[in-house]
Write a protein that binds this ligand. Structure first.
Ligand SMILES: [Zn+2]
Length: 66
Protein backbone atom coordinates (compact mmCIF):
# COMPACT_ATOMS: atom_id res chain seq x y z
CA UNK A 1 0.00 0.00 0.00
CA UNK A 2 1.33 3.36 -1.04
CA UNK A 3 1.66 6.14 1.48
CA UNK A 4 2.41 9.81 1.10
CA UNK A 5 4.80 12.27 2.69
CA UNK A 6 4.03 14.23 5.85
CA UNK A 7 2.92 17.79 5.18
CA UNK A 8 4.98 19.11 8.11
CA UNK A 9 8.32 17.39 7.71
CA UNK A 10 8.15 15.49 4.39
CA UNK A 11 8.81 12.16 6.07
CA UNK A 12 7.09 9.17 4.47
CA UNK A 13 4.06 8.22 6.54
CA UNK A 14 3.29 4.70 7.72
CA UNK A 15 -0.10 3.02 7.98
CA UNK A 16 -1.40 2.21 11.44
CA UNK A 17 -4.70 0.78 12.54
CA UNK A 18 -6.01 2.32 15.72
CA UNK A 19 -9.17 2.93 17.65
CA UNK A 20 -10.72 6.32 17.09
CA UNK A 21 -12.88 7.90 19.79
CA UNK A 22 -15.10 10.93 19.51
CA UNK A 23 -17.93 12.57 21.42
CA UNK A 24 -21.31 12.92 19.77
CA UNK A 25 -24.79 13.47 21.17
CA UNK A 26 -23.44 13.48 24.73
CA UNK A 27 -21.83 10.08 24.46
CA UNK A 28 -18.43 8.71 23.66
CA UNK A 29 -18.18 6.51 20.59
CA UNK A 30 -15.26 4.43 19.47
CA UNK A 31 -14.55 3.03 16.03
CA UNK A 32 -11.99 0.26 16.19
CA UNK A 33 -9.27 -0.53 13.66
CA UNK A 34 -9.51 2.67 11.71
CA UNK A 35 -6.76 3.28 9.18
CA UNK A 36 -4.48 6.19 9.90
CA UNK A 37 -1.38 7.44 8.15
CA UNK A 38 1.10 8.37 10.85
CA UNK A 39 4.30 10.33 10.46
CA UNK A 40 7.04 8.47 12.38
CA UNK A 41 9.02 11.71 12.65
CA UNK A 42 6.60 14.29 14.07
CA UNK A 43 3.61 12.13 14.99
CA UNK A 44 1.16 13.88 12.70
CA UNK A 45 -1.84 11.72 11.82
CA UNK A 46 -3.79 11.74 8.58
CA UNK A 47 -6.88 9.93 7.38
CA UNK A 48 -7.85 9.16 3.82
CA UNK A 49 -11.24 9.52 2.15
CA UNK A 50 -12.12 5.91 2.92
CA UNK A 51 -11.54 6.43 6.65
CA UNK A 52 -13.43 9.72 6.69
CA UNK A 53 -16.38 7.97 5.02
CA UNK A 54 -16.39 5.37 7.79
CA UNK A 55 -16.45 8.16 10.40
CA UNK A 56 -19.24 9.95 8.53
CA UNK A 57 -21.32 6.77 8.40
CA UNK A 58 -20.88 6.23 12.14
CA UNK A 59 -21.95 9.82 12.81
CA UNK A 60 -25.05 9.35 10.67
CA UNK A 61 -25.94 6.15 12.51
CA UNK A 62 -25.66 7.90 15.86
CA UNK A 63 -27.77 10.85 14.71
CA UNK A 64 -30.45 8.54 13.30
CA UNK A 65 -30.73 6.73 16.60
CA UNK A 66 -31.55 9.83 18.56
ZN1 LIG B 1 5.97 14.67 10.01
Amino acid sequence: MDTFSCINCKTKTIIEYKNYSFWESGGKHTISNLKFYVCPECGEEYIDSETSRIIDRELEKIQENE
